[in-house]
Design a protein around this ligand. Structure first.
Ligand SMILES: Cc1ncc(COP(=O)(O)O)c(C=O)c1O
Length: 499
């Protein structure tokens, strides 16, 4: 379609530039202005709408800031090629209901949720049928922990702990968590500021419910954690992707002014997925910005238990207890299926968070809470983390060594000092060839994953996200060997392309 012939439906609500921005967003979301398409020229649009070009320029500025448009020097303004489709207020939206075989009519909030989940789940899809899988996000306990956990789970059954627990969670576990956060992360909060959640995901959802109304702006890291974006989209928020660099999110890129943002989501200890560690100066700058704008900062500290080198930087929540919502999870230190995480909240939000917890699920599983409290109290948890730390370090070292040995200076490895994943940047591989590289690995029985889906706009270079939560250390050289062979094949002139 010729961009000049686009029809903008203005809603006569508020300033003209905002109406134009909303109408353009609607066209982008409906796919009329599809990813990669050029946006109409501001002059043509202004003529068509009978308004001044400055008004249209203002609308475009807003969309550039929010990431719905990107400008390319001398080429014009475009919809980013890999912009994820955002929730669309379509009416009536129907999604299949598997239980009745007919299509269910959902509420607007239900539709938003389904669409937000679909956006996030598109990002990480496991590659089936590969012997060696560098999937990110998986972790498994060893036999020793499984034995301890079995015993710990038996205790609340013997005690007949069958009634509801406090919605904010088991007191002993909250105390253990508060004590550890003080020692390991410098966060000095009483146990009653801790609310247990069903993983980090529920912590995000609770925070979104607490703070966000329809259209409230949330700044997220770009590239970033798609499941956090999904939680904010589901709450009706407008997402403002903020590009990260080698030091993570740069607070100088956050907007000033009246319509600033309500919440900033960050992973400062190990930016997901790039692995950047936010330096202290930026941490203070971010908190200063949050104070000035009365915004909250959501600090997702998802993999802090596993650090292999360097010293820990203080958590944001250690520096400002009233602006930071801190979140931790047992998904990495134990395993994802335990579905246990926690929030450490500013005083003003604690009670409300516990109420939301009660309304939404009445509290986490009391059996799991008590069993995990038991692991922490007996020291079994710490012994497990130390064992896993040694195991993960071994895998990480094997992966880094194999990558360096095979690729030499052709690659840059980032984010390897912490956690269960690292990033490999491949500057000599054209970004359009990454899918061919992944297909080449897959043909060799090895699953690797692209960085591109985590970003809202095209990344300037090709990158892979390699998780080592589940690979055997002995398989790593073979996995990297296959990656290297596929890389050579893909970068060879006339090498394979992905259909
Ligand atoms: C950035 C980030 N936050 C949090 C989590 C853990 O989420 P949950 O506790 O909901 O499993 C992950 C897991 O992959 C993650 O990558």
């Amino acid at each position: 379609m010729d961009p000049a012939s686009l029809v903008l439906n203005l809603d006569a609500n508020g300033p003209r530039y905002a109406q134009i921005a909303r109408a353009l967003i609607a066209l982008i979301q409906r796919g009329v202005l599809a990813p990669g398409r050029r946006a109409p020229s501001t002059r043509t649009l202004a003529e068509g709408l009978g308004c001044s070009r400055n008004v249209v320029l203002l609308a475009y500025e807003q969309l550039l800031l929010e990431g719905y448009l990107v400008s390319r020097r001398r080429a014009g303004t475009f919809v980013p090629p890999n912009l994820p489709s955002a929730p669309v207020e379509r009416s009536p939206a129907r999604v299949p209901d598997p239980t009745v075989g007919v299509r269910a009519r959902l509420s607007p909030a239900g539709r938003r949720l389904v669409e937000a989940a679909a956006v996030a789940r598109r990002v990480t899809r496991r590659q089936q049928g590969c012997d060696i899988d560098f999937m990110y996000g998986l972790a498994e306990p060893d036999d020793r922990l499984i034995g301890r956990l079995r015993r710990a789970l038996a205790r609340p059954l013997q005690d007949r702990s069958f009634s509801y627990g406090p919605p904010a969670g088991d007191d002993a576990l909250r105390q253990q968590i508060a004590r550890r956060l003080q020692a390991a992360r410098g966060i000095s909060r009483p146990a009653d500021h801790v609310v247990l959640t069903s993983g980090a995901q529920q912590a995000l959802d609770i925070s979104a419910r607490l703070l966000l109304g329809t259209g409230d702006r949330v700044a997220v890291e770009d590239p970033g954690y798609e499941a956090a974006t999904a939680a904010f989209l589901a709450a009706g928020a407008a997402i403002l992707p903020v590009r990260v660099d080698r030091d993570g999110l740069d607070p100088a890129r956050l907007p000033d002014g009246r319509r600033a943002v309500r919440l900033v989501y960050v992973t400062p200890s190990h930016q997901f997925p790039t692995g950047a560690i936010m330096p202290v100066a930026r941490r203070y700058a971010l908190l200063g910005w949050a104070r000035r704008h009365r915004a909250y900062v959501f600090e997702d500290d998802y993999d802090g238990e596993f650090r292999y080198e360097g010293h820990t930087t203080p958590a944001l929540a250690a520096l400002d207890v009233e602006r930071v919502i801190y979140c931790g999870t047992f998904a990495k230190s134990l395993f994802p299926a335990v579905r246990l995480g926690y929030l450490v909240l500013p005083s003003a939000l604690v009670e409300a968070a516990a109420h939301i917890k009660w309304v939404t699920d009445r509290g986490c599983s009391r059996l799991v809470e008590r069993a995990v409290a038991d692991l922490l109290q007996t020291g079994d948890y710490d012994r497990h983390v130390r064992r896993m730390q040694r195991r993960y370090r071994e895998r990480r070292d094997a992966l880094v060594d194999a990558l360096k040995q095979r690729f030499g200076p052709d690659i840059e490895i980032a984010g390897a000092s912490t956690g269960l994943h690292l990033v490999v940047w491949l500057p000599a591989l054209a970004t359009r060839r990454v899918d061919a590289l992944i297909a080449g690995c897959r043909a060799r029985g090895v699953a690797v994953y692209s960085m591109a889906p985590y970003a809202t706009r095209a990344l300037p270079r090709s990158g892979l996200l390699l998780g080592y939560g589940l690979v055997n250390v002995g398989d790593i050289p073979r996995g990297v060997g296959a990656l290297f062979d596929a890389y050579q094949e893909t970068t060879r002139p006339g090498g394979p392309r992905c259909r």
